[in-house]
Ligand binder design. Structure first.
Ligand SMILES: C[S@@+](CC[C@H](N)C(=O)[O-])C[C@H]1O[C@@H](n2cnc3c(N)ncnc32)[C@H](O)[C@@H]1O
Length: 468
């Protein structure tokens, strides 16, 4: 998440990225359950092109640096612009240490491979940077404490404070650490329940927890505090606003020297009353590239796209693409039949029938597969003649399997711009952190490193900030 090499300033980059995204807002503006609106807005050149595409071409399309023959001008321009605005992918450095990869303990083996991979890579990366210059590590959104456990395997001298909003997780993390860590480390770790923000009272609370931990370890006297303890803030899958609050805490707590945070779930960012995000856009450069009204179209579906699967898992056989497109089209079709005060839910007993989904669903099939509900009461409702009329109109407009093919085409276009959307979101944060540091006359170095195998774990970037 950086400035693509073809740009020399963040102002120029954000302006070009916002101009591009404005022109192609139909790709990301709607939730995929409402994708018929997006298909209606898809330019005819795109529709014609995607309806004729072979599976090989469909698989290649999102990889904008790979050549694709036969693109009409509009489609070619789209691919060229995405290539220009998306930074090239750096290969992930492999950092996982033997001490972690060889760990065959029962609790490690019970962890899902994705989680195990993430924990090993991030712990090794933190350890590599912090081993000799950090006395206290604060894990923000510590969950069940997996990351601290892995860090203790690398260095049992660490002192770790895990902060977690969910009380149940705090309790489980405490139990796990008692059971799994050696007795010598019990005084070096503390899990506390706290909803972390960057507010003054939250900072004091963190300070207090840290002081109690340092005292129990005998590192500070009764009167001294932790102001001299060199501290690192860390977090794995710090969802929504937590990673932004982590950046603010990094800047505002003097003893914090380093930050290693992996953000995720951008779509869960808090909204303002106007419906924009409180924490997006943040940097001066992106804010000036986007008008206040325009910020509204960088909405939840945009953020969801920014944090969905990357294109690394896009390539698949024709049958899988057809099944996926058909599923998405059928779901959108059912939603589009509803009145404003109605919604549909997939009927449970039909969930197992994915394999038999129909490319050109009949009205009876939609009735069988989806239950209509009242939005106000949640009560089930019967399908009516008006729904059947809408069904006839929509399936007439997208006949002969076109709806399903174009739904998959839309997914293909989303996969093509996903990395660009994520880059805008994450690079904006990096620029913001640099701006705030400059205002406070703090000299900092900030960068993203790609840590994980993105096929296994799509949110694979860690924001690393260090005070110099
Ligand atoms: C996706 S989980 C990751 C848990 C853990 N870091 C891991 O990777 O196993 C995110 C965790 O952050 C916690 N969380 C989210 N926002 C928080 C906040 N503002 N303060 C404290 N915890 C928070 C959630 O309760 C959740 O346990």
């Amino acid at each position: 998440m950086s400035l693509p090499s073809t740009f020399t300033s963040e102002e120029a980059y954000f302006k070009a990225a916002v101009d591009f995204l404005r022109s192609y807002a139909w790709i990301y503006r709607e939730a995929n359950t409402a994708c018929i609106k997006s298909l209606d807005a898809m330019p005819v050149q795109f529709k014609d092109y995607f309806l004729e595409l072979t599976n090989k071409e469909l698989n290649t399309f999102p990889f904008v640096h790979e050549h694709l023959d036969g693109c009409p001008t509009e489609v070619l321009r789209f691919r060229e612009q995405v290539a220009h605005l998306t930074p090239s992918i750096q290969t992930a450095p492999t950092t996982a240490c033997k001490a972690l990869t060889n760990d065959q303990s029962n609790h490690s083996r019970r962890m899902a491979p994705k989680k195990q991979h993430e924990i090993q890579e991030l712990a090794a990366n933190i350890h590599e940077h912090c081993a000799d210059r950090t006395q206290l590590i604060i894990d923000l959104g510590s969950g069940l404490g997996y990351l601290s456990e892995a860090l203790f395997k690398l260095n049992d001298n660490y002192m770790i404070l895990g902060l977690e909003a969910d009380e149940k997780r705090v309790r489980s993390a405490r139990i796990r650490s008692q059971q799994l860590l050696s007795p010598e480390t019990h005084l070096s770790i503390s899990y506390q329940q706290l909803f972390v923000t960057a507010a003054e009272n939250c900072r004091s609370q963190i300070e207090q927890f840290a002081t109690e931990l340092a005292r129990s370890k005998g590192l500070t006297t009764k009167t001294a505090t932790t102001t001299e303890l060199s501290t690192t803030l860390i977090g794995l899958h710090a969802c929504a606003d937590l990673s932004i609050n982590a950046m603010l805490l990094f800047l505002s707590i003097p003893q914090v020297q380093c930050l290693h945070i992996m953000p995720c779930c951008y779509h869960k960012l808090a909204l303002t009353e106007r419906g924009t995000f409180q924490n997006f856009p943040l940097s001066r450069a992106l804010r000036s590239a986007m008008s206040a009204d325009e910020a509204l179209s960088f909405n939840r579906p945009f953020m969801r796209l920014a944090c969905q699967q990357t294109n690394s898992r896009w390539r698949c056989d024709a049958l899988k693409h057809t099944q996926h497109g058909t599923q998405m089209w059928t779901r959108a079709l059912a939603s589009a039949l509803c009145d404003a005060n109605e919604l549909v839910k997939v009927k449970r007993y039909n969930l197992a029938q994915n394999d038999s989904i129909q490319n050109n669903p009949l009205y009876e099939y939609v009735q069988q597969r989806f239950q209509l509900h009242s939005q106000q009461t949640g009560d089930p409702l019967d399908w009516r003649a008006v729904h059947e009329q809408r069904f006839a109109e929509l399936t007439g407009r997208y006949s002969d399997g076109k709806g399903a093919r174009l739904a998959e085409a839309l997914c293909c276009l989303q996969a093509t711009i996903q990395q660009l959307c994520e880059n805008v979101v994450l690079y904006d944060r990096l620029c913001y952190l640099q701006e705030l540091a400059a205002v406070q006359h703090l000299s900092v170095e900030v960068r993203y490193e790609k840590l994980f195998d993105e096929k296994l774990s799509p949110r694979c970037r860690v924001l690393i900030a260090e005070k110099l």
